[in-house]
Design a protein around this ligand. Structure first.
Ligand code: AP5
Length: 216
């Protein structure tokens, strides 16, 4: 089974691609942003804590996120999964290796979606999200077939995310450079890293990722 991490800055297309890969490969999807937004909507203790960090464009503390993934991995039945949004720091990457090792598993691949930073604002500003199934659309680049209706589950209306304003996005991008980029060489050294051109159309990006995974 495939065990893969999707890496990239905000707006790189991780959410878009993770939903395609989940459907294509029948993998369990563990998307930390989605887990935290659901918890925030439900106003659980995790949700209330996470919300304050997310609204500021900061990362939720490692200890909390490692616990979230430990619980999520414990709940899935399959040994194949896709991680979107985790790990995001070196401490999280090391903790993930340990968690998998304890289960006799290891990652097969880490896909880094490389993007042009100046295009990320455009992507994020036009993003529309389905609050029911988390499918991601864009007013211009990936519009839904019927305006304001989710292609995947039919839910309406589609919404913007509360952390998608330009100021918070700038902070999220800075956090990516400072805290998440150091994990790229970590995975390169382990010969797990594939860099995919995230500036192609979404179907072309999916094709390239699937080709990488086939080689594994
Ligand atoms: P999270 O939800 O993971 O947000 P993110 O990493 O900032 O990434 P985004 O969801 O903004 O972008 P994406 O790459 O998924 O792009 P998408 O496919 O939607 O995390 C949110 C917050 O939660 C964090 O800031 C942090 O506070 C917290 N958090 C989460 N995980 C954590 C962790 N492990 N540790 C600590 N804190 C954590 O695409 C964007 C737009 O572009 C869409 O409109 C889409 O339609 C469009 N698009 C996609 N692909 C293309 C393409 N190829 N061409 C044109 N348009 C495209």
């Amino acid at each position: 089974m495939v065990r893969v991490v999707l890496l990239g800055p905000p707006g790189a297309g991780k959410g878009t691609q993770s939903h395609v890969l989940k459907a294509e490969l029948g993998l369990d999807l563990l998307a930390t942003g989605e887990i935290l937004r659901r918890a925030a909507d439900e106003q659980t203790a995790l949700g209330r804590l996470a919300q304050s960090f997310m609204e500021q464009g900061k990362l939720v503390p490692d200890k909390v996120m490692i616990g979230v993934i430990e619980d999520a991995l414990g709940e899935i039945q399959s040994t194949g999964f896709l991680l979107d949004g985790f790990p995001r720091t070196l401490a999280q990457a090391r903790a993930l290796d340990e968690m998998l090792e304890q289960r006799g598993l290891a990652l097969n691949a880490v896909i880094f979606l490389e993007t042009e930073e100046e295009k990320l604002v455009e992507r994020i500003r036009g993003r529309l999200l389905c609050s029911r199934c988390n499918a991601s659309f864009h007013t211009q680049f990936c519009p839904p077939a019927v305006p304001d209706v989710c292609d995947e589950c039919g839910h309406t209306p589609l919404m913007a995310r509360s952390d998608d304003d330009v100021e918070t996005l700038a902070k999220r991008i800075a956090v990516f450079h400072k805290q998440t980029e150091p994990i790229i060489p970590y995975y390169r050294e382990k010969a797990l890293l594939h860099t995919v051109d995230g500036m192609q159309t979404p179907p072309a990006v999916s094709k390239e990722i699937l080709n990488c995974l086939k080689k594994r």
